[in-house]
Design a protein around this ligand. Structure first.
Ligand SMILES: [Zn+2]
Length: 275
């Protein structure tokens, strides 16, 4: 049950006893202990981007927070904002979605952990971005019901890049703007430029590029244009196709986002293991 009875008014923010208290939906990205009985919880919120809250006494046996939050939960969170510090104080939280399969299904857990890690690294503190919140919320719901397959990892990366304004250009040549019809024309992928080049432009370009197989380009195009993971679940991928998708996106993320999280390789290793 969502504890909202002590929240005055419908607005997200209000002044209470000389302190600003905020209410928002929030997904638990990670947490760690602080002092003997408290925890710091890092959330992705609907209204304030990534925030950190201290939950005082969270580990005490009679704490009102026991069972109210865990990794990958979506919660209704009330917290006292501290404008001068980045660590806020949680007042109440109640789970809205538990997503229990993400703690039972180890493959789904590995995928969800990678996505949460990406958000932890890429969401600047306090920067509101509802599109990022909705993407993570919907994807965790999907993983909880359907589990995770390797293509879902790549679909999610494409969707995240799009919402960050860094989507790879996959339809037209980045130099001459000519539309490249996959399968009929040779397409080359330039990681440095962030998309495809036609053969003529690739020949005179100073940037490195490599031929991208038409079937792989079609998958990237199709997954980039769909905001539902259903599309990649229905695609049958061969091992060489998956290896190509993995390499293209890994290098793209390293170059354009400047990160190379170990959680990505860990998730892919887990997904490649037989049951
Ligand atoms: Zn061109």
């Amino acid at each position: 049950m969502i504890k909202t009875s002590r929240i005055p008014g419908p607005a997200n923010d209000c002044q209470l006893q000389n302190q600003m208290i905020s209410r928002t939906q929030a997904i638990v990205l990670r947490y760690y202990p602080i002092a003997n009985t408290s925890r710091v919880v890092i959330w992705l919120t609907m209204d304030a981007g990534r925030i950190s809250t201290m939950i005082k006494g969270s580990l005490r046996p009679k704490s009102m927070f026991l069972g109210q939050y865990d990794q990958f939960y979506t919660c209704e969170l009330l917290y006292y904002t501290r404008s001068t510090r980045q660590l806020h104080i949680a007042r109440e939280c109640s789970p809205i979605k538990w997503r229990p399969e993400l703690r039972r299904n180890w493959k789904a857990s590995a995928g969800a952990s990678y996505f949460a890690d990406l958000y932890f690294r890429l969401s600047p503190p306090g920067a509101h971005h509802a599109g990022l919140f909705i993407l993570l919320e919907k994807t965790l719901d999907d993983l909880n019901v359907h589990g995770v397959l390797e293509p879902v990892i790549f679909w999610f990366e494409l969707q995240l890049l799009s919402r960050l304004g860094l989507a790879p250009q996959l339809k037209q040549c980045l130099r001459c703007n000519r539309e490249i019809i996959s399968g009929l024309m040779t397409a080359l992928f330039s990681n440095e430029l962030g998309g495809i080049l036609c053969a003529s432009c690739a020949n005179i370009s100073a940037e490195q590029s490599a031929v991208i197989p038409p079937d792989v380009l079609n998958m990237l195009l199709s997954w980039q244009s769909s905001d539902s993971a259903r599309i990649c679940r229905s695609t049958r991928c061969t091992a060489p196709q998956l290896a190509s998708l993995d390499m293209i996106l890994r290098k793209f993320i390293e170059f354009h986002l400047g990160i190379s999280p170990a959680s990505r390789q860990l998730a892919l290793n887990v997904l490649r293991r037989n049951p």
